[in-house]
Structures are given as structure tokens and as C-alpha cells.
Design a protein around this ligand. Structure first.
Ligand code: FMN
Length: 185
């Protein structure tokens, strides 16, 4: 796919099926993510693959946390299915490094840029993907179970696999709704 066509037509896929990316596709996804803008070359990212039986364990982890918090059955059922929505889930971690020059927020932006590069590369490869967050992105117990340190943060889960549906329509955007020219006073 043409690079500009990919940028202007990327869409997410709420429904994703098997198979997941091949090893060759995975290599491309990662090489794309690792080209994210990175102030100070701190490489403030880590990527955790959740796949196979790990997806079931991930759902169970969410389920057990919510059960402990007294959530209703509907929520618990949703937790159990969370890992099974795609053949591969990539937890994208902002691996924030100590730096006097680069604030942690910039490092989070960089990790988010890496996640975005991953969804763009997935689209270019004809794969289906969606960036999800939700409570499981911000819950300390989930982060700890995934092996994050206190300094690290999850910027999202990228669900990746094959498309289940035809191409989604891309909305037309009116640029003037989003862009203005600065007029110095
Ligand atoms: C940081 C971040 C978190 C997101 N979390 C969720 C989520 O938890 N659930 C969801 O359905 N979409 C979530 N989205 C939005 C989807 O990834 C997607 O962009 C949205 O469904 C619009 O579809 P489109 O990308 O095809 O325009 C999130 C997006 C971002 C950038």
C-alpha cells in the first residue's frame, strides 16, 4: 500500500480473527514501532506479547481483580473474554528512564507514537488492529502482573490479527475544524 494512502486511510478493527501476524510481519511491526520519535534516544518503550494460553491467563487476571473488587457478573464475564478478542495483544509500555533533560511525559508520548506506528504498520500489511486501554491499562495490579516497574506505564494494548469484516469507511474531515493560523497580537 502507498505510504500516504496508508496514513490517510488507516482504520481500527473492533472485530479481529485468526491468524495473528507471521514472524515476518511481526518483525515489520516492531521495526516500525522502534522508529518512533524519541527525544534523547532514551528508547522509552517495551512491548509485551500476550498470546496463546497467555490470553486466557490475562482474562483471568482481569476477572480476579474485578471479582475481588466486587464487580457484577456482566463485568466479570467481559474480563474473561478480554484476552480472546484477537490472536495477539501487544501491551505497549512507556519504560520511563531517569533523565534531567527529557520529562517523563515526553517519554510517554514517544511510547504512544510507537504504538501508533504499530497500528499503521499493521494496516499497511493488511492486518486488523485496534488500540485499546480501559481500566486494565491503569490498574497497578495489572501493571505489576505484566512485570512493569513502578516507573513504567502502559500506554495501551494493541490487538492484532486478521480482519473479520470488509473495509471500514474513512470519515471525511473538514480541515478548518481542526486548523487555524496563528495571528500574533
Ligand atoms: C490511547 C487510546 C486508547 C483507546 N482505548 C480504546 C478502548 O479502550 N476501547 C475502544 O473501543 N477504543 C479505544 N481507542 C480508540 C480505538 O483505538 C479507535 O481509534 C477508535 O475505535 C476509532 O476507530 P478508527 O481508529 O478506525 O478511527 C483508544 C484509542 C487511543 C488512542
Amino acid at each position: 500500500m502507498d505510504a500516504i494512502e496508508n496514513l490517510t486511510h488507516r482504520v481500527s478493527s473492533p472485530k479481529i480473527i485468526d491468524p495473528g501476524p507471521s514472524e515476518e510481519q511481526w518483525e515489520i511491526l516492531m521495526q516500525s514501532a522502534l522508529r518512533a520519535p524519541d527525544h534523547g534516544m532514551l528508547r522509552p518503550w517495551r512491548f509485551i506479547r500476550i498470546e496463546g494460553q497467555g490470553r486466557v491467563q490475562f482474562g483471568k487476571l482481569l476477572h480476579d481483580i474485578k471479582q475481588h473488587e466486587g464487580a457484577e457478573q456482566r463485568v466479570l464475564d467481559k474480563c474473561l473474554k478480554a484476552g480472546l478478542r484477537a490472536p495477539l495483544i501487544v501491551a505497549v509500555v512507556a519504560a520511563i528512564k531517569p533523565s534531567e533533560k527529557i520529562p517523563s511525559i515526553e517519554q510517554e508520548y514517544s511510547a504512544a507514537a510507537a504504538a501508533n506506528s504499530m497500528v499503521l504498520a499493521a494496516h499497511a500489511l493488511g492486518l486488523a488492529s485496534i488500540w485499546r486501554s480501559g481500566w486494565a491499562c491503569f490498574h497497578r495490579e495489572v501493571c505489576t502482573a505484566l512485570g512493569l516497574s513502578e516507573q513504567e506505564k502502559l500506554v495501551g494494548y494493541i490487538y492484532i490479527g486478521s480482519p473479520a469484516m470488509g473495509t471500514k469507511q474513512v470519515p471525511d474531515h473538514e480541515l478548518s475544524s481542526f486548523v487555524e493560523r496563528w495571528v500574533p497580537r
